[in-house]
Design a protein around this ligand. Structure first.
Ligand code: SF4
Length: 750
């Protein structure tokens, strides 16, 4: 079955005409990235030569994907948008909430019980609003998207950082926060800073132990975790045509680790074959007809330095396998240098667990190449020294791999097959009963390896490598083993060298699946019920925020004056709070608890001027709210940087904070505040920050004449009877002023 074929046909039928307009205007050859971005400009935007990394541009993505953790708040907001169906095809994927412990079957049963109310909620909202629902066990969001929804030349957003995985099939796919997903599902344009474009030229062909993963592991070492910021990585060159579609997905997936907006490969015959093998022959046929739209212009490939902001070349024939880590994905070591690095840095040499899976490396190709290694251990009587855990990427891959004997071959050497879910990749791994924080090493085929990410132990040294290498190191049980050069001793004392991995890009007998785990939304579901228990600890229906009362804000107490860095993580901490993602009131108890109070240099300790004692930030905000008072937060530069998190804007709004006054905002967070009906202001003179005292009453005057570009006046009433006043600026446009007046962007849609 081809999902949303009509939509894809529409994108393809308009593509050439749209590019003609772009060529007429820009009068220069186009990169693939530009072709897709320009063909997805929102109706309001005209074609012009946007300044990369500077201009903000509105786009109209083709689809939205959400995982179960981030979908909760996104869907709660969608319910308040007044829409009865989503504006673009959208899907929800239940993959993050399943803990890996015993095995797939047992863990899935447990997850269905522990997360039942969340799953029921996501399923019922999906059904009502026309969203495709992939139940627990169906697979990891990005694998399911690659197998079913990604299409060359398309554009999508997803509420997960590794959404770029779909770039393996030539789609611009970008990870976003829930508020952005709500906008697109509600039919609003979606804003993005026009990205720079990094061209990565691939030449040659992989061989032996080297895998697609090694391309991105090497690139991570070159670009570091920040090198791709505000940029799209576009792969080009003849080497791209030698890589499988799923291998390209791996490379794009992990582009998130260098901070890239997304990554993309051109359409080629490998893409077409994958589309056909996954039941999308029609899409492959259509794509072949417009291949010029789905690849960069010839002049770009000939003179890449002229059209890309930076060009990096990687020769696949010379590429060595890499191992990256620990604690950061850009600590890149070619395998020939890794053993020395392990010894020099005193990393724990024993490798305790090998983990194969995650959205990065869980394709049929990954599993067959890995199993070709562990089968050698069985054949040659080699003892497998480490524990091996496998998470297939989707039910389709799992079912096919089971049919073809791949899973049983893993199990025969003692591997445990866990659910088709994120599991250990996101800390959903009940590793052992052991609670200690002892030093140890693991090697995974995942993408991220920050401290604590896999098992919560800050001293677990997690290294990232290709699945093939994970398998080899699992057999050896040692980080210092290099399968390209080293030998192993069999149980009967023979010295042997592992043979190079072999496998299948796609199953020779084709993919198969009995129940892929998909539930289509009902056609006429407007009256379908959505039940959320009023006593639920995980979900809470949202009430629309109150509209502005038409008056200036008078005498707001200062809630906190923040000193220094204040990211979205300081404003709305993650970790254990994530279980309250769907419950705005509960999660609001983490509001600004990570921010430093400038008056006492402590976190989550602010003065309650009434009692002259200290309180937590959320408790003081709740007290003011109960008294019918709003409050104000003052902070410094780049307030709200970090990952886009709508909770960081919704929590202050929920706790009746009226104004965030700062030296400067991170743009995305500023927009998120505006969407929630907050007043986001900046000091005209940054020195005025120093005038704000701990027990001030603060007024914002001029709201009744709220107009584009017109400053407000802030008056500080100090405890000693003196006052200060100064100008503050805002960046609201007409539409955003309407959001403020209505109480939120969603309120304007109702
Ligand atoms: S497998 Fe890991 S990286 Fe992929 S979506 Fe799940 S948690 Fe994120």
């Amino acid at each position: 079955m081809v999902f949303d074929l009509e939509m894809i046909q529409k994108v393809y039928s308009d593509f050439s005409n749209k590019l003609d307009v772009v060529r007429d205007t820009l009068k220069r050859p186009l990169t693939l990235t530009e072709k897709i971005l320009f063909s997805h400009l929102s109706n309001k935007e005209g074609v012009k030569d946007y300044k990369r990394a500077t201009d903000y541009v509105d786009f109209a993505p083709d689809r939205v994907a959400m995982q179960d953790a981030t979908a909760q708040m996104a869907l709660l907001q969608l319910m308040n948008s007044g829409r009865s169906r989503v504006a673009v095809p959208s899907t929800v994927h239940c993959d993050h909430l399943i803990q890996a412990y015993k095995n797939a079957e047992t863990d899935l049963d447990t997850a269905r019980v522990t997360n039942q109310e969340v799953y029921d909620f996501l399923k019922s909202v999906s059904n009502k609003y026309g969203i495709g629902f992939w139940k627990p066990g169906a697979g990891i969001i990005h694998q399911v998207v690659l197998e079913n929804y990604a299409f060359p030349g398309g554009m999508m957003i997803g509420t997960d950082s590794h959404t770029p995985n779909a770039g393996g099939l030539g789609m611009i796919a970008i990870g976003v926060g829930g508020a952005d997903a709500v906008d697109v599902m509600a039919g609003l344009p979606w804003e993005l800073k026009m990205p720079k474009i990094i061209g990565v030229k691939l030449t040659g062909k992989l061989s032996g132990w080297t895998a697609p993963k090694d391309v991105i592991l090497k690139l991570a070492g070159i670009l570091t975790v920040k090198g791709g910021t505000n940029a799209i990585i576009e792969y080009f060159g003849e080497g791209t045509e030698t890589l499988s579609a799923t291998g390209k997905g791996t490379i794009c997936n992990m582009g998130a680790e260098v901070g890239a907006t997304t990554s993309i490969f051109p359409f080629d015959e490998k893409s077409a074959e994958y589309l056909e093998a996954t039941g999308r022959k029609e899409v492959a046929q259509e794509a072949r007809k417009i291949v010029n739209c789905l690849t960069p212009d010839v002049e770009v490939v000939k003179n890449p330095e002229k059209y890309y902001d930076r060009v990096i070349e990687i020769n696949l024939s010379e590429l060595e396998p890499y191992i990256n880590g620990p604690f950061t994905p850009d600590a890149a070591y070619p395998i020939s240098e890794f053993a020395d690095a392990v010894r020099k840095n005193s990393y724990p040499e024993e490798m305790e667990v090998g983990l194969i899976g995650s959205c990065t490396n869980s394709s049929y190709e990954d599993l067959t190449r890995s199993v070709s290694i562990v089968e050698q251990a069985k054949r040659d009587n080699l003892k497998i020294k480490s524990q091996l855990i496998i998470n297939p990427g989707s039910e389709q891959v799992r079912y096919t791999a089971e049919r073809d004997g791949v899973l049983s071959a893993f199990e025969e050497v003692g591997a445990v097959i866990m659910a088709n879910a994120c599991g250990p990749c996101i800390g959903q791994w009940r590793r052992t009963e052991e609670k200690s924080e002892r030093d140890n090493s693991i090697v995974t085929s995942f993408n991220r390896n920050f401290a604590k990410r896999n098992d919560g132990n800050p001293n677990t040294h997690a290294f990232v490598a290709s699945p093939e290498l994970v398998s080899a190191l699992t057999i050896a049980g040692s980080l210092t083993f290099n399968p390209l050069t080293d030998t192993l001793i069999t149980e009967d004392g023979k010295k042997i060298k592992l043979e190079e991995p072999t496998g299948y890009e796609m199953p020779p007998k084709g993919y198969d699946v009995k129940d892929a785990g998909y539930q289509a939304p009902a056609e006429n579901s407007e009256n379908a019920p959505i039940t959320v228990s009023p006593t639920s600890k995980r979900l809470q229906l949202l009430k629309p925020f109150d509209a502005w009362d038409g008056k200036d804000y008078q005498d707001l107490p200062l809630l906190i004056k923040v000193e220094g860095k204040c990211t979205t993580d300081h404003i709305s901490m993650a970790g254990p709070w994530l279980r309250f993602r769907g419950h705005l009131d509960y999660i609001s108890d983490n509001m600004l608890i990570g921010a430093v109070n400038t008056f006492n240099k402590e976190t989550n300790k602010v003065l309650d001027p009434e009692t002259k004692s200290y309180s937590t930030v959320p408790a003081l905000a709740r007290k003011y709210k109960a008294q019918g008072l709003g409050s104000i937060v003052v902070a410094e530069e780049n307030y709200g940087e970090g990952s886009s998190r709508e909770h960081a804007a919704m929590e202050p709004r929920h706790l009746n904070v009226k104004v965030i006054l700062v030296k400067s905002f991170a743009r995305i967070h500023e927009t998120n505040l505006k969407k929630q009906g907050m007043l986001a202001l900046t000091f005209v003179d940054k020195n005025d920050y120093d005038k704000v005292r701990e027990d001030d009453k603060i007024s914002v005057l001029g709201l009744t004449e709220f107009t584009v570009g017109k400053n407000f006046t802030v008056v500080l009433k100090h405890k000693d009877g003196t006052t200060d006043s100064f100008e503050v600026a805002h960046t609201y446009n007409e539409q955003q002023i309407d959001w403020f007046k209505a109480g939120s962007a969603l309120n304007t849609m109702r």
